[in-house]
Unconditional design. Structure first.
Length: 111
């Protein structure tokens, strides 16, 4: 299974948090709130498209809304293979961090 990049990981976790309300603007706003970072749509949409091509996300068109002049939003949902990839990444990170004594981290912070 392909290892996820940090951007892909953040997007997929954000989509899981947003549940049925995961579309471009809501994803961007949630990332800003959770990470205190401003991501451009130019960095979000290519990564979302890539995750869809890999089969990790599913993209579907919502109903047209009057607020958007009758245009539809595209929503994203994580697929079963996307959830497996995300779970695998989390497990890998936990194994990596588990072998690192906390003392090493404390020593590095003091320097």
């Amino acid at each position: 299974m392909k290892q996820l990049s940090r951007i892909e990981e953040v997007l997929m976790i954000t989509i899981l948090k947003l549940k049925a309300d995961a579309y471009g603007v809501s994803i961007r706003e949630r990332i800003r709130r959770d990470l205190n970072e401003r991501w451009s749509f130019g960095s979000i949409y290519p990564a979302l498209d890539k995750l869809c091509r890999l089969g990790y996300l599913r993209k579907f068109k919502g109903d047209p809304s009057p607020e958007r002049g009758g245009k539809s939003k595209f929503f994203y949902r994580i697929s079963p293979s996307g959830l497996r990839a995300l779970t695998e990444l989390r497990d890998t990170q936990q194994r990596l961090w588990a072998d690192l004594p906390s003392l090493v981290l404390e020593d590095r912070l003091e320097q």
